[in-house]
Design a protein around this ligand. Structure first.
Ligand code: ADP
Length: 286
């Protein structure tokens, strides 16, 4: 099964989805399944299988953290409303042990947060050693919504791209592997998902009337996303561009990205810090 599944990827998600100089947000097929030749049923079956692999790797990361390893992984999820950030957390991160996950969602800054530098609230929520951090929105809001709505003067948000790069460079140097996922849903699919929120009582809570106003600003947001990819996709912290009209694909792709990141840490189980034979003897006598 693992072999059959892995053959469905023509190229690893980490290669095919990595943002590069040729990445054009305007031309992105948001309904596509880049690199993956299987159908939805293949994708959902593979997600379960790969979720188990992710879970095993996360346990090893956690075990190493308990033994003093300071390394961590940080998944950054950025996307327009309805792109599926919440579902990503449930269906991808849902595979791993919650005690190894540091989840943080960033909404409109509180009055206290507004009084500080934009990275202040971010710095407080970084994952500790052995943890997978998950950011549902992030410091990138400060070059997205803030840029589109002109919430600060232009030179201020312009300067933030470089500030973010420096910030992430330090994070990586200190042992955090960043997995930055830009989630792209199409304008039509967004409309469908918003309509569903209005049709289903169990989804009313997700509906926010301002989401409809934001649709008028779609082109400005697309430009802001392009600038974000152009200016903050670095060698040490690249962006991955994930089409999200098909939820099964985006979830599978992000699972693969996390697996690649964890495999890159070359983890093994921490050795026992006690005398195994001695303990076996003691247990036998106990
Ligand atoms: P969600 O819409 O993801 O369920 P919330 O309603 O709690 O979550 O908050 C998200 C809103 O907060 C979005 O409209 C987002 O653009 C906004 N937001 C996040 N960060 C900032 C920021 N730094 N400045 C202004 N608005 C922000």
């Amino acid at each position: 099964m693992a072999k059959a599944g892995s053959k469905l990827w023509q190229r690893p998600a980490s290669e095919i989805l990595r943002a590069g100089p040729g990445t054009l947000v305007a031309e992105l097929d948001r309904n596509g399944t880049p690199g993956f030749s299987g159908a939805k049923s293949d994708g959902t079956a593979l997600l379960e299988e790969r979720g188990a692999v992710l879970s095993g790797l996360q346990e090893m990361l956690y075990a190493n953290g308990r033994s003093g390893d300071s390394r961590s992984v940080l998944l950054v999820l950025q996307g327009m409303d309805t792109a599926g950030k919440g579902g990503m957390v449930r269906h991808v991160i849902g595979h791993v042990d919650p005690q190894g996950v540091d989840h943080a969602a960033f909404g409109v800054p509180t009055p206290e947060e507004k009084r500080h530098h934009f990275l202040w609230r971010i710095s407080k929520r970084l994952p500790r050693g052995g943890q997978i951090g998950v950011f549902d929105r992030s410091h990138y809001e400060d070059v997205l919504v803030v840029r589109v709505h002109g919430l600060v003067p232009t030179p201020v948000w312009q300067g933030r791209y470089e500030e973010i790069n420096q910030f992430e460079r330090t994070l990586v140097a200190e042992g955090t592997t960043l997995v930055k996922v830009a989630m792209f849903v199409s304008l039509e699919e967004q409309k469908k998902r918003l309509a569903e929120r209005l049709d289903r009582p169990d989804k009313y809570w997700k509906y926010n009337p301002s989401d409809v106003d934001e649709r008028a600003l779609w082109p400005a947001y697309q430009e802001a996303y392009q600038a974000m990819l152009d200016r903050t996709s670095t060698e040490y912290a690249p962006w991955y561009v994930v089409p999200c009209d098909r939820k099964w694909y985006s979830r599978l792709a992000v699972t693969e990205l996390l697996i690649t990141a964890l495999e890159g840490l070359d983890l093994s189980w921490p050795p026992a810090d006690f005398d195994i034979e001695h303990e076996k003897g003691r247990l036998a006598d106990a």
